[in-house]
Ligand binder design. Structure first.
Ligand code: CAA
Length: 246
């Protein structure tokens, strides 16, 4: 397999870590951004114990200026970004009638505007080199909506609109753009949902359990491989059967 440089935003989180591990196990150079220095150092050590050396660059994906600098720093160390996974995301759950403008914009900026901020500095290089793989990590709740997540569902649905437009614009340049929409995976984000609410959600999952981060990483690796060259603009739901809409 050709070794490539993969940039996974939010790589220190639950799904992001699994994606980094999977792509590293395929022989790719892996990189992520981080915000919190102490958390990043603990993560770096855990990866190193497993023989994974991830390049780490500090910066917030909601900040376009920081993203440009992050990508340039990364490219200096690891070479041009061939694989980009827009994975960083946050929740600020609350019913809409109680939602503040801050809760709205925090989620839109980090989950959706970040797609612009991070993809814009890498796309021209991918087009020039005639090869690229871009994957948006969206959510089941961008497909079906969710009580308490008007901000998050709007951002996650927007990510797939971004995917299908970029897919059309860049298909002739050897670049595929796809979306993976995970359901409820056993990460810190999902475990922060109040237990009684979470139990009711799990009861709606036909497979009968939360997803595992590795099950999402597997799909990302599928999309980023050379053999997936004819798959572009797809939205792959991975949710244990929780939502089966078209
Ligand atoms: N459908 C209908 N009614 C619901 C409901 C639902 N899905 N969820 C809650 N309610 C009802 C409650 O039964 C309650 O009704 P009563 O007042 O009649 O008793 C009422 O809504 C509570 O409403 P409040 O406005 O008081 O809400 P709250 O402030 O207590 O909290 C909430 C609401 C924050 C949305 C909370 O229910 C919650 O955390 N829900 C989970 C949201 C969720 O799924 N987040 C996903 C996070 S993980 C993630 O996002 C990853 C991913 O991609 C999947």
């Amino acid at each position: 397999m050709t070794q490539r440089t993969a940039f996974v935003t939010g790589g220190t989180g639950g799904i992001g870590s699994a994606i980094i591990r999977y792509l590293a196990s395929q022989g790719h150079r892996v990189a992520t951004n981080y915000r919190d220095e102490a958390k990043a150092e603990a993560w770096r050590q855990a990866m190193a114990r497993d023989g994974i050396e991830a390049f780490m660059v500090q910066g917030d994906v909601s900040d376009p200026v920081a993203c440009e600098a992050m990508v340039r720093a990364l490219e200096e160390k690891c070479g041009p970004v061939d694989i980009l996974v827009n994975n960083a995301g946050i929740t600020r759950d609350t019913t809409f009638h109680k939602m503040t403008y801050q809760q709205w914009t925090d989620v839109i900026n980090t989950n959706l505007n970040a797609c612009f901020n991070v993809t814009r500095p890498v796309i021209e290089g991918m087009r020039a080199r005639k090869w690229g793989r871009i994957v948006q990590i969206s959510s089941i709740n961008g497909q079906k909506g969710q009580y308490g997540q008007a901000n998050y569902a709007a951002a996650k649905a927007g990510m797939h609109g971004f995917t299908i437009s970029l897919a059309q614009e860049n298909a002739k340049f050897g670049i595929t753009v796809n979306t993976v929409s995970p359901g409820y995976v056993g990460t810190d984000m999902v475990m922060a949902v109040p237990e009684e609410v979470r139990e009711k959600i799990v009861a709606q999952i036909p497979v009968g359990r939360l997803g595992k981060p590795e099950e999402i990483a597997h799909a990302v690796a599928f999309f980023t491989g050379d053999q997936a060259a004819w798959i572009t603009g797809a939205n792959l739901a991975i949710n244990g059967g929780h939502y089966m809409g078209w």
